[in-house]
Design a binder for this molecule. Structure first.
Ligand code: ATP
Length: 612
C-alpha cells in the first residue's frame, strides 16, 4: 500500500482515506504523488486568481484557430449533455479555461471552486483534476469525485482529453465536468471523439499545399474517425499525421520532416498518381500491414493570404458598435483560414452587407462573390441552379448545359443566404459538396473540384431547426466554423454615426437637423439597416437641394412606427398597473381600503381600475 506525505487538513472528515493511494487508478496515483511532492494541501483551497477581460481575450486570440475549430464540437457536446448538470470546457495548453457551454445551474456551483473562464486548472494550481492531469499525462483522463486531490473539488466528476496540433504539440484540453454521482464513462468517449474531430480538421486545413493520404487496413473504415491521415510535401517528406496514423504506422511524433513516403511504404510518392481521382493505391506499412487509401491534393491556388490583422477596413460596416466590430473582425480572421462563417441576425441587419465586405477584403477577393438566396429558389430549380447540368440533362434544359452557382463561386466566395430555408434533400447534396470539395452537375458523372470561401446567413434559429429535425446537424457543423451575430439596430450603439455615414454615402453634402436626428435615434427600427437606409434615401429625395433633413422630410411610415410605439408602451404600462392593483386587493383578502393604503393610492382609483 503506498503512503503519501501530503499535508492533510485537521478537523475535517476525509471523504476517502487521503493518506493512502491503494485502489487508485495508476494515473490518479501518479498525480497524487506529484501533488504531495509539490506540498499541496488537500484540505486547502486553490489560489483562485482568475484571468479577467484583457488577458483572457488575448489568450483566446492566441488560440483563435483552436477556438474556431473547437466551437462546433463544444456546441455539439452541449446538446448531448443538456439537463445533466454539467458543462463542456475548452482550455489552452496551460489549463486556462477559454470557453464553457452548459447548464447555468451547474456553472453557479462550479464557480464556487473557480471552474470558470479565465481560471487555470493545471495540476500545480488545483491538484489532481481531469484538465490538469490530462495536461501532465498527455492522456485522456477521468477524475471522479474523491479522486480530486483537493477536497473542495470532490463534488465534481470530470473527463478530459488533450488536443494536439498537427506537429503533435499539446494545444488545449476538451473537458466535460458535472456533479453526477456516477462515473460517466461515456463522457470520456465523447471528449475523445470530439478531440479527434478537432485534430483532424486542424490537420486537414493546416497545409495550403500538401498531399493528404487517408488510410485504414479495412476499406469500410475510410472516411470514419478511425482513419489515419498523413500529409506529405511534394518531395515526399512526411509533414504531419493524426493520432490514428501514428498508431497504424507505428510512429512517434518526432519523425515529421525526417521520414519520407518511400521510407514508410517502400514506393515513391508518384505511385499514388497511378490511380484515378481520389482513390489511392493499396500500400503496405514497414510491419507488413496492407492499407486501403484515399488521397486529396491541396493546391497552391487555394492558398489563403496571411492573416491581415486587424481587418483593413471595418468602416463600411461598423461605426463604433463593439458587437458589430467584433463580429466583422473575427469573421474576417477565420475566413482567411478557410473556416466557414455563419452570420445570424434579424432581417435587414446587414448580413449580406457583411458577407460582401468579408469577400472584398478576404483571401479570394479576386474571384466572384456568388450569393444564393435559398428561400427564394423554387425547389424544382434549386438543384440545377446550384450544381449546374450537362447538355441534355432534362427536357427544357439548355443545349449547351449550364454552369452551376457552386462552380461560379470557385476561387471566390459562396454566400448562402437564408440557409435555414434550404429543403432537406438538398442539404444532403450540399453537404457532399462541402465534404468532397467537388461538384457533379445534374445528369453528369465527372466531378469538378471547387474551392471557395463559405459564408452563410440566417434569421432563423438553426439550432432549433436541428433539434426539430428540419436541418441536418452535420451540415450545421460544416457551415458553422464560426458563428457571428449582426445585432438589430435597436441594440446598436453606433446609430448616430451610422446615420451620418449612410447620409454621406448618399450625398456627401447632406446635413441633418438635431430634431430629425433625435427622432431617428428614438425610433424602434423594426426593419433594421434596410429600413434606415430607405428612410434616409426617401427623406433626401423629399427635401429641397442643400436643405438640411428635418422631421417633416421623414416618411409617413416612420412617424407611424413612432406613435405605434408610444401607444404600445402606454397600453403595456396600463396592463402592469392593473395587474399590481389586482394582486394587492387579493393579498388583502378583497379589502379595497387596505389595498389602497398598501399601494398609497385612492380607493376610487382602485374601483375605477377594477371595473375596467
Ligand atoms: N453597415 C451598413 N452600411 C451601409 N448600408 C448597410 C449596412 N448594413 C446594411 N446596409 C444596407 O441595408 C440593407 C439591408 O442589408 P442586407 O441585405 O445586408 O441585410 P440582411 O441582413 O442580409 O437582410 P435579409 O435577412 O433580409 O437578407 C441593404 O440595402 C444594405 O446595403
Amino acid at each position: 500500500m503506498g503512503t503519501l506525505n501530503g499535508t492533510y487538513g485537521s478537523g475535517r472528515k476525509p471523504f476517502r482515506k487521503r493518506d493512502e493511494t491503494a485502489g487508485l487508478e495508476p494515473v490518479i496515483e501518479r498525480s497524487w504523488r506529484r501533488c504531495a511532492a509539490d506540498g499541496l494541501d488537500m484540505a486547502g483551497r486553490a489560489d483562485d486568481a482568475v484571468y479577467g477581460g484583457t488577458e483572457l481575450k488575448q489568450r483566446r486570440e492566441r488560440q483563435e484557430h483552436l477556438v474556431a475549430y473547437a466551437l462546433p464540437e463544444l456546441e455539439n457536446i452541449r446538446q448531448q449533455i443538456a439537463h445533466t448538470n454539467s458543462t463542456v470546457i475548452l482550455t489552452d495548453a496551460e489549463g486556462v479555461l477559454l470557453q464553457r457551454l452548459g447548464d447555468a445551474e451547474f456553472h453557479r456551483r462550479a464557480e464556487t471552486v473557480a471552474l470558470q473562464p479565465g481560471a487555470c486548472w493545471n495540476e500545480s494550481a488545483r491538484g489532481t483534476n481531469a484538465i490538469g492531469t490530462a495536461i501532465t499525462e498527455r492522456l485522456p483522463v477521468n477524475v471522479h469525485r474523491g479522486e480530486h486531490y483537493l477536497e473542495c473539488n470532490a463534488f465534481l466528476t470530470c473527463a478530459a482529453s488533450p488536443i494536439l496540433d498537427p506537429a503533435g504539440s499539446l494545444i488545449g484540453i476538451l473537458d466535460i465536468s458535472g456533479d453526477q454521482d456516477a462515473r460517466q464513462m461515456h463522457s470520456l468517449g465523447l471528449v475523445q471523439m470530439s478531440t479527434t474531430m478537432i485534430e483532424n480538421r486542424l490537420l486537414e486545413e493546416h497545409f495550403d499545399e500538401a498531399l493528404y493520404l487517408y488510410f485504414h487496413p479495412r476499406p469500410e473504415f475510410l472516411g470514419t474517425l478511425g482513419q489515419g491521415i498523413a500529409a506529405f510535401a511534394g518531395d515526399g517528406r512526411l509533414l504531419a499525421t493524426n493520432t490514428c496514423a501514428r498508431r497504424l504506422l507505428d510512429l512517434t511524433s518526432t519523425i515529421h520532416g525526417c521520414t519520407g513516403f518511400e521510407d514508410l511504404f517502400g514506393v515513391p510518392l508518384e505511385w499514388i498518381f497511378r490511380c484515378p481521382g481520389e482513390t489511392g493505391p493499396n500500400l503496405e506499412t514497414p510491419s507488413g500491414i496492407r492499407l486501403h487509401t484515399r488521397t486529396r491534393l491541396r493546391q497552391p491556388h487555394a492558398r489563403p493570404t496571411p492573416i491581415p490583422s486587424p481587418l483593413p477596413t471595418t468602416g463600411r460596416i461598423e461605426h463604433g458598435d463593439p458587437t458589430v466590430a467584433t463580429a466583422a473582425e473575427r469573421a474576417h480572421r477565420v475566413l482567411t483560414r478557410d473556416i466557414p462563417v455563419l452570420i445570424e441576425g434579424e432581417t435587414g441587419t446587414g448580413k449580406e452587407h457583411l458577407a460582401r465586405m468579408l469577400h472584398d477584403y478576404g483571401p479570394r477577393a479576386d474571384g466572384a462573390f456568388v450569393a444564393i438566396n435559398c428561400a427564394a429558389l423554387p425547389e424544382s430549380l434549386i438543384e440545377s441552379e446550384l450544381f449546374g447540368y450537362v447538355p441534355g440533362a432534362f427536357t427544357g434544359a439548355k443545349r449547351e448545359g449550364q454552369t452551376g452557382k457552386l462552380v461560379e463561386a470557385d476561387g471566390g466566395t459562396l454566400f448562402l443566404d437564408e440557409i435555414g430555408d434550404m429543403p432537406l434533400p438538398l442539404q444532403s447534396r450540399l453537404l457532399r459538396v462541402l465534404q468532397d470539395k467537388q461538384v457533379v452537375p445534374v445528369g453528369g458523372n465527372q466531378p469538378r473540384p471547387v474551392s471557395f470561401s463559405l459564408v452563410s446567413a440566417t434569421h432563423r434559429d438553426l439550432r432549433a431547426l436541428v433539434a426539430a429535425g428540419e436541418f441536418r446537424s452535420d451540415l450545421y457543423y460544416r457551415l458553422n466554423g464560426l458563428q457571428v451575430e449582426m445585432p438589430p439596430l435597436r441594440r446598436r450603439r453606433d446609430l448616430s454615426r451610422l446615420i451620418h455615414a449612410l447620409l454621406a454615402e448618399e450625398d456627401p453634402e447632406a446635413r441633418i437637423c438635431p430634431e430629425a436626428l433625435e427622432l431617428m435615434l428614438g425610433h424602434p427600427w423594426p426593419g433594421n439597416c434596410r429600413q434606415l437606409s430607405f428612410v434616409l434615401r426617401t427623406a433626401l429625395a423629399l427635401r429641397d437641394d442643400a436643405e438640411p433633413l428635418e422631421p417633416r422630410h421623414l416618411p409617413g411610415d416612420f412617424h407611424k412606427d413612432l406613435t405605434g410605439r408610444d401607444e404600445e408602451c402606454g397600453s403595456s404600462l396600463q396592463a402592469v398597473t392593473d395587474q399590481v392593483i389586482r394582486e394587492a386587493v387579493e393579498a388583502n383578502g378583497g379589502n379595497v381600503s387596505a389595498a389602497a393604503r398598501a399601494l398609497g393610492i385612492n380607493r376610487s382609483t382602485i374601483y375605477r381600475r377594477l371595473q375596467r
